[in-house]
Write a protein that binds this ligand. Sequence first.
Ligand code: FES
Length: 85
Amino acid sequence: AFEVELAKSGETVTVPEDRSILEALRDSGHKTVSSCESGTCGTCKTRLISGDADHRDMVLMDEEKGEYIMICVSRATSGKLVLDL
Ligand code: FES
């Protein structure tokens, strides 16, 4: 598991190994937009403020990977991700 911090509320949500960031956010009562939920459509694109992302999508270009994350499939390599949510 790893944690995501939601910058706008300061809230921290734990993402278990068997859940996506998107699912963990929904589990904790957050509304999040999505469509494909398989890393191909781009709908769930979220600004990444800090942290090391393990990008598993097919959407982001390399130059975007420091700044954005697709939260339906991607995860953290270690530690915590801070998202602009
Ligand atoms: Fe389609 Fe995440 S919902 S890329």
